[in-house]
Design a protein around this ligand. Structure first.
Ligand code: HEM
Length: 412
């Protein structure tokens, strides 16, 4: 039986401690999980590869009602692939997988390299550059171009602000979150209009581009998606591509903190490029947890779960679980050389199977973008990192180095 935390509600503790809230308590209790209440609702918190393997696989959980509406409205929204189940999910997910893991995916890092090079010309003449801010714009342009959205339809500054705000405000409450939700409505209107114009023949995105595929996609019933739903799915590509900016900043931070790795990767030897990127995804914080509600009754850990029960899987804590990762706080890319560990011990983008579970279809694309970013940072440009506050506060979700990673004296 999973133990219950003392005290009526853990919301304040969760918000105060952030990423380490669940794993600290698991360590203290010597278990894989515990029961408590968050925002007044009973919840079971779990961490570790075993728990991840049970959470994914078997379609036991729905994402509906599993995260606060303030988070859902910014990150997913009604009608998206994350709210679907079984065959409906498989059909919609197939569209994402065909685009993000099919032949078109190879173009994404190429477009990114092109946009990076364009931005580099601007950075060379700037006094200083905040890498996170710049990356959000570079990746907004990258995502839009890859989707087949013409540059003159983008309004890059505005879209960057809206898309980046959806991610940075997802963990906030009150006015900051409401403002981001309002901005999201505007972005959805823009996206729905693009889809409608593609269908009307007024816009002609290239054959095979995501916008074209999305406009033509049919759900199981043979119907095309409602423009509002298609808009949500277009944002489901544009927004997370922008979010990769956070991993790019963490990669830059790792290169700064571990000059040995900078040297090796700058030499052009790419043997350890993938292990380096994987260690960035494992070590640095992004999605703290993922929530699910049980679709039917079952028993786990000697604990009876009823339909509707709420579970939080600790993604960050699983990536830092000392049972799977020796010295988990250390940055050790070597651990990914020929890795044979439990597949569900690395879950920064969810677990399970891409086709049947909600595992992030953009995971390979994220890795490819990060590899390109490391190439750019180590081999295509020089820069100096001035003194600044690079603290990563694990109580802030989503986390980022406080300064946003300022660089100076940029040259090719
Ligand atoms: C910045 C890096 C990224 C992180 C940390 C991330 C993380 C996640 C997580 C945790 C989930 C939810 C898993 C679940 O519900 O169990 C998810 C789902 C999803 N991600 Fe990502 N993601 C990233 C990048 C991307 C990219 C680049 C794309 C697309 C271009 C993408 C598209 C999606 C979609 C469509 C889903 C819903 C999948 C489904 O419900 O089946 N993500 N992602």
């Amino acid at each position: 039986m999973l133990p219950a935390l003392p005290g009526a509600d853990s919301t304040i503790g969760f918000l105060r401690e952030g990423y380490t809230f669940i794993s600290r308590r698991c360590d203290r209790l010597g278990t894989d999980g515990f029961r408590t209440r968050l925002v007044g609702r009973p919840v079971t918190c779990l961490r570790g590869a075993e728990a991840a393997a049970r959470f994914y696989g078997g379609g036991r959980f729905t994402r509906a009602g599993a995260m606060p509406p303030t988070v859902v409205h910014l990150l997913q929204d009604e009608g998206s692939v994350q709210t679907l189940h079984d065959e409906d999910h498989r059909q919609r997910k197939g569209m994402f997988l065909d685009s993000l893991q099919g032949p078109a995916a190879a173009r994404l890092p190429e477009v990114f390299a092109h946009e990076w090079s364009q931005a580099l010309s601007r950075w060379q003449v700037a006094d200083e550059v905040v890498l996170h801010e710049e990356m959000t714009e570079v990746l907004t342009r990258t995502g839009a171009s890859w989707c087949g959205i013409p540059a003159d339809e983008l309004d890059a500054t505005r879209r960057t602000r809206e898309l980046a705000g959806m991610v940075s405000r997802a963990g906030s409450f009150g006015p900051a979150n409401w403002a981001a939700q309002l901005a999201r409505r505007r972005t959805e209107t823009w996206a729905a209009d693009l889809v409608s114009r593609v269908r009307a023949g007024d816009l002609l995105p290239p054959e095979g581009s995501f916008l074209r595929v999305l406009a033509d996609h049919e759900d199981l019933g043979g119907e095309r998606l409602e423009p509002d739903t298609a808009a949500v799915e277009l944002l489901n590509v544009l927004r997370p591509v922008v979010a990769v900016s956070r991993f790019v900043v963490f990669a830059a931070l790792a290169l700064l903190r571990h000059p040995r790795w900078r040297e090796q990767l700058a030499s052009g030897d790419e043997t350890d490029l993938r292990p380096f990127v994987q260690e960035v995804r494992r070590r640095y914080p992004f999605f703290p947890v993922i929530g699910g509600r049980a679709r039917e009754a079952f028993e786990w850990y000697g604990h009876p779960f009823a339909a509707g029960d709420w579970v939080l899987l600790d993604l960050y804590g699983t990536n830092h679980d000392p049972r799977a990762w020796e010295d988990p706080e250390a940055f050790v890319p070597e651990r990914f050389r020929g890795r044979t560990g439990h597949p569900e011990s690395l879950v920064p983008q969810g677990g399970g199977r891409y086709e049947d579970d909600h595992r992030c279809p953009g995971e390979p694309a994220t890795i490819a973008l990060m590899e390109e970013a490391v190439r750019q940072l180590t081999r295509r440009m020089h820069y100096r990192v001035p003194a600044q506050d690079l603290t990563v506060d694990l109580r802030r979700m989503p986390a980022l180095p406080r300064s946003g990673f300022v660089i100076r004296e940029v040259s090719r």
